[in-house]
Design a protein around this ligand. Structure first.
Ligand code: ADP
Length: 556
């Protein structure tokens, strides 16, 4: 974002504060203006916490942890469902705030932020218990067969969620809700550009009756963010953002070996096969490239289309792209609002300029909008190749480069020629080709004949291969990231275990004989060894034969 000019920020704008333990806390580290990207003007200010105040948010989360984690799944689900009601009640207000602060049209904010948040809350309320409840883990080793063994999933403690500005509500809310569902308490640090939306999340949970300290939302300067990650009272960090910042978060986390989940960028390819339904492919890819003005980690950032259908496909893509309306969503019906950050628009301009300098052709768009606001038109470029930044680096804007490929083999090879692997889509009507794409595209999510949407499916694991991240959000895998695994084993017998001291000659014979009795290939060798075991008084005294016989099937 351009350095805000103080003169451009009226002193009488409303000031919003962080939420710690369900109370607004005025920050002592100055005020930060909140801009509307469509007009470039400030409409509010946020007070920023200093380091001590930010630390008190972590302390509040710590203090709330014992009671929150002791609640049953059902009790926690009640809060999540109440939050769902609060989000639904405030849906319009939230969507309008997203439009004003982040830039996407309110209708899209309803679709891609509010709706997924509601689905996440419902899913977690209904399924967290089945995913995280204690379960039996029957021992496989016969000598342990009598033990009552189970796996438990226990919350970490305080989860620090650091979230980005592109989906300030959906990503932040589902991160907070997943942590809460597993029994953690949370400190949410929203992105500077979209802090107001983050603060709304504290209000939603307060309205839902979350206990004081279980959800805290802190407005801090980015310079303070590393200190949060280095705080030893933070037990897990969930970060969504750019790979460069993700690396910095990992460095902060390394100080205390704090575990991290990193949801990073993507350079998500779409492979359009010669047998694709071209109209569907063009419509889907145009939406996937330009939803949220292309500021989506899963947006389609590269297309590989087979030569036979390239002209027809490109023509349809260009036609659809030209029909999209761009403008201030507050004053008209548009598909694309402004980009959220001026610096993001500069990256988009650089990528397009670099591609053109290397021989790419702009088929539509390609020039930033004039006037106030950080607009960039939806842009389609052809004649691209992998020497261009637009094909290798995350553009994170409304640019769709299309590359013609001679074969599906080449399309898949180029789709995988990237350091990223978040999502990928394949467009085909042939089930065999679909299966091949599902297997061979290197990404955490592969969709056939659709794209982007799986962030809105709460049961679908979300996360990337390669440099796109570490760990998963959403779905059972995402919930388990919020819990540490504990194995518990209970032995109610009184006899010492076979191998406990003292060792001695008898045990020296018994151990290899036990191994042979279980693992020898020949039945005769097994029986001979078993007979030897039964002849040993140490074995008879120390091993629970009844439990072994109950699991005798394990012998084979
Ligand atoms: P972008 O570069 O697109 O703004 P980032 O990945 O930098 O996206 O931002 C994602 C989140 O990470 C934001 O909430 C941002 O404030 C935060 N952040 C920025 N720098 C750091 C840091 N050094 N440590 C932790 N979080 C950071």
């Amino acid at each position: 974002m351009a350095a805000p000019r103080p003169a451009a920020v009226p002193a009488d704008l409303p000031v919003h504060h962080s939420w710690i333990a369900n109370r607004p806390v005025e920050g002592r580290a100055g005020l930060r203006p909140v801009f509307n990207p469509a007009t470039g003007t400030a409409f509010a200010r946020t007070s920023l916490l200093d380091a001590e105040q930010a630390g008190s948010a972590i302390a509040a989360a710590r203090a709330a942890f014992p009671a929150w984690s002791a609640r049953s799944f059902r009790e926690r689900a009640r809060v999540l469902l109440a939050a769902r009601e609060a989000v639904l009640r405030r849906a319009d207000e939230i969507a309008r705030l997203i439009e004003q602060e982040q830039g996407k049209p309110a209708v899209e904010a309803h679709l891609v932020e509010v709706f997924p948040a509601l689905e996440a809350l419902k899913h977690l309320a209904l399924h967290a218990e089945e995913i995280l409840s204690e379960r039996a883990a029957e021992p496989q080793v016969l000598l342990f067969a009598h033990k009552d063994s189970r796996v438990r999933f226990e919350p970490y403690g305080v989860v620090l969620a650091i979230t980005p500005w592109n989906y300030p509500f959906a990503i932040s809310l589902s991160g907070v809700a997943t942590a809460l569902a597993a029994g953690n308490t949370v400190v949410l640090k929203p992105a500077p550009a979209t802090t107001l939306v983050g603060l709304r999340i504290a209000e939603v949970f307060r309205e839902a009756g979350v206990p004081d300290g279980a959800v805290n939302v802190v407005a801090v300067d980015d310079a303070l963010a590393p200190a949060l990650g280095e705080d030893p009272r933070v037990d897990k960090i969930v970060f969504t953002g750019s790979p460069a910042t993700g690396r910095r978060v990992m460095v902060s986390a390394a100080k205390n070996l704090t575990p991290v989940v990193l949801e990073l960028g993507g350079k998500d390819p779409a492979v359009v096969c010669r047998d694709a339904d071209l109209d569907r492919a063009a419509r889907g890819i145009v939406w996937g490239a330009f939803v949220n003005a292309g500021q989506t980690c899963a947006s389609v950032e590269r297309v590989y289309v087979e030569a036979e259908v390239a002209d027809a496909f490109l023509q349809r893509v260009v036609e659809l792209t030209r029909s999209l309306r761009v403008g201030d969503p507050a004053s008209g019906d548009v598909e694309l609002g402004a980009l959220t950050l001026e610096r993001q628009r500069r990256i988009v301009e650089e990528h397009v300029a670099d591609a053109v300098a290397r021989g790419a052709r702009v088929l539509t768009g390609g020039r930033p909008g004039a006037g106030p606001g950080w607009f960039y038109p939806p842009t389609v470029i052809a004649d691209v190749n992998h020497t261009m930044r637009v094909m290798r680096e995350e553009t994170f804007g409304p640019v769709l480069p299309v590359m013609v490929v001679p074969s599906l083999d080449e399309g898949i090879r180029l789709a995988n020629d990237s350091e990223y692997g978040l999502t990928a889509s394949g467009w085909t009507r042939d089930p065999a080709t679909a299966r091949r794409l599902e297997r061979e595209l290197q990404a955490g999510v592969v969709t056939i004949n659709d794209c982007v949407y799986t962030f809105g499916e709460p049961s679908a694991p979300w996360g990337g291969f390669k440099r796109s991240g570490l760990g998963r959000a959403h779905g059972p895998a995402g919930l388990r990231e919020m819990a540490q695994v504990k194995y518990v084993a209970r032995d109610e017998g009184s006899a010492p275990m076979l191998w406990w001291f003292p060792y001695g000659d008898e045990l020296r014979r018994l151990v290899p004989a036990t191994a042979r009795a279980v693992h020898a290939r020949s039945l005769w060798a097994r029986l001979a060894s078993a007979a030897r075991l039964l002849g040993s008084s140490r074995f008879r005294r120390r091993v629970r034969l009844a439990s072994i016989l109950k699991r005798a099937d394990r012998l084979f």
